[in-house]
Ligand binder design. Structure first.
Ligand code: PRP
Length: 209
């Protein structure tokens, strides 16, 4: 039995459709109800819907053998898991953004608002820049507008949120896409199953190009 942690939302649904195409479908997974676990004993597969930022926790702790999560989550939490496949979907980028025309004053500690404190710390450490982090849980774009921070360190997908709030990208820290991750012990026991699934998913990705 292979257990899969799927991120709730559009990305998870898209990934599930790929699993279904690969022959690992499970009735009811896409039904809009409150059920969280779906198992198909015959096919030997089980799916859980979890909050996207929690996928890596379920996989790291072995509650799920594999899972799908964004590179942002992997870089932020650095879970002790294998990253096995780039699914080439859920593409966006981690960026520094600020009010239009913002100029960095290198003599001052930079105030950075973010949901991704660890990523921001690593990014600015590599640049040798001193920062103070304001950790927020959402609507990060408000922080520079209300003069609470100099910049934000956040995900940009279409750029609409920045544009609608008169902010602009200052620099890009790293590109993001969805990854298939695996529990290390689980992978050792189920190497063939996981590898054959990865092969099928890779074929499907090739067909979709
Ligand atoms: C994310 C991110 C940006 C926005 C970027 O927020 O934090 O705010 O999406 O997308 P865009 O470039 O396509 O506009 P999310 O929707 O997760 O909401 P949040 O404000 O609660 O973080």
């Amino acid at each position: 039995m292979l257990s899969v942690a799927l991120p709730k939302g559009r990305l998870g649904e898209k990934v599930y459709m790929m699993f279904e195409k690969a022959g690992f479908g499970c009735p009811g997974v896409m039904d809009n109800n409150r059920k969280l676990i779906f198992t198909d004993e015959e096919k030997g597969i089980s799916f859980f819907w979890v909050k996207p930022s929690d996928v890596a926790i379920y996989v790291e702790r072995g509650a799920a053998d594999i899972g799908i999560c964004g590179k942002d989550i992997i870089n932020e939490y650095e879970p002790d898991v294998y990253e096995l496949l780039d699914l080439n979907m859920g593409k966006c980028r981690m960026c520094v953004a600020a009010k239009k025309g913002y100029r960095d004053d290198q003599d001052r500690t930079l105030i950075v608002a973010t949901k991704f404190s660890n990523c921001a710390q690593k990014y600015y450490s590599a640049l040798g820049r001193d920062i103070d982090i304001i950790h927020l849980n959402g609507s990060i774009e408000l922080a520079p507008i209300l003069n609470m921070s100099d910049v934000i360190f956040d995900i940009v997908e279409t750029g609409t949120t920045l544009k609608e709030n008169n902010l602009e990208v200052v620099s890009t820290a790293f590109p993001i896409s969805a990854r298939l991750i695996a529990n290390k012990a689980g992978y050792a026991f189920k190497t063939d199953e996981v590898n054959s699934l990865i092969e099928k998913l890779t074929d499907i990705m090739g067909e979709q190009k």
